[in-house]
Design a protein around this ligand. Sequence first.
Ligand code: PLP
Length: 404
Amino acid sequence: MVGEVIYLDNAASMPMCEQARSAMLEVIARGLDAANPSSPHRPGQSVRRLIDESRETAAELLGASPGEILFTSGGTESANLGLIGAARAMRREQGRHGVVVSSIEHHAVLEAAAHLEEEGFAVERAACDGRGVVTPDAVAYALDRLAARGARPAVVAVMLANNEVGTLQPVAQIAEVARRAGALMLTDAVQGPFCEALDVRRLGCQVMALSAHKFGGPKGAGLLYVERGVPFDPILFGGGQERMLRPGTENVAGIAGMAAALSWARESREAIEAHKRALEERLLSRLFREVAGLEVNGAGAPRVPGLVSLYVPGVEAETLLVELDMNGVACSYGAACTAGSLVPSHVLRAMGLPEGRVRSSIRVSIGPFNTPDEINEASERIAGAVRRLREAGDRAAAAGVNKP
Ligand code: PLP
């Protein structure tokens, strides 16, 4: 619960875990971040140690070494820096100016790619299949299109888990395709913090983005893994922090909270995934019983537990979400990142779903802190809301009023 509301929008942001909260409170309450970590004096150096410890923790949990972890302000910055920093450096050092991104990436990647296009990069978008999965073949085909345009590939970007439908992408196989083509592999792993595969050695990526508020840490803190020795340029300038690749005084409490949250997320991974899977099964079995015609978008594809895109025929998602909000259930319409605005999902469209289905789909995302009782109650409220809206639609149709 968040206040009186059953909170089923954990993919947008989840509540902080106790470990992150106490790590941050300790930093703030004890004034551990009083000095500037770049200052050479002892107070500055003790703040520096705090950051270094967090970096070591994060690196160990992700299969990286500490020098390969850059702290950022969150997922958007990590994805922007990851794509633009790698692409520009590959062009500068190797004359490569091709970029492949999947068509179901978050806008943090898609719009960074569009920006690169304006800078003269050749960008190809790899399609997904009808289940919301980007296959290695689709990436190879996009690389062929780059070759036909005379562009050698600099970066391939495919996310670990999709934020709208929860589908897992075959990142390790795609990384192999990218490696053979001489490109760096970037994966936006923001929606995969609890995935078993979240280890840069297993994924075979050279660049990986994470955001703390998706795994129980604070908002406004993220990290970027950049493999040692790969070409990489900063996109911000004016300081020597983070190996000059991400200048700016560090968010010390945020970094400490993120490291504590990452430890919790990785160490409790199996229990969290099992919990979310059980709650998802509970929700779906009830909804399938109560809501005629309900379908899961991306059904049949491997998915992260707890993140489901539901097609509810006969109701507009926008109306349903308002009705649910008024009845104490918070979920969303695809991505929540365009604050408050309901832009039709580019992911559902890329999956080839008809426009009517896109407009009648909502995203429910269950988190580690939801309970079975909440799920029982939420499924009743969702079924009730759908029933009321369908009845209102039927009455309007009988009265000759056009449905929207
Ligand atoms: N990438 C993905 C896959 C996301 O789901 C999000 C946020 O929803 C982001 C990037 C952006 O992260 P942040 O909100 O930390 O900027």
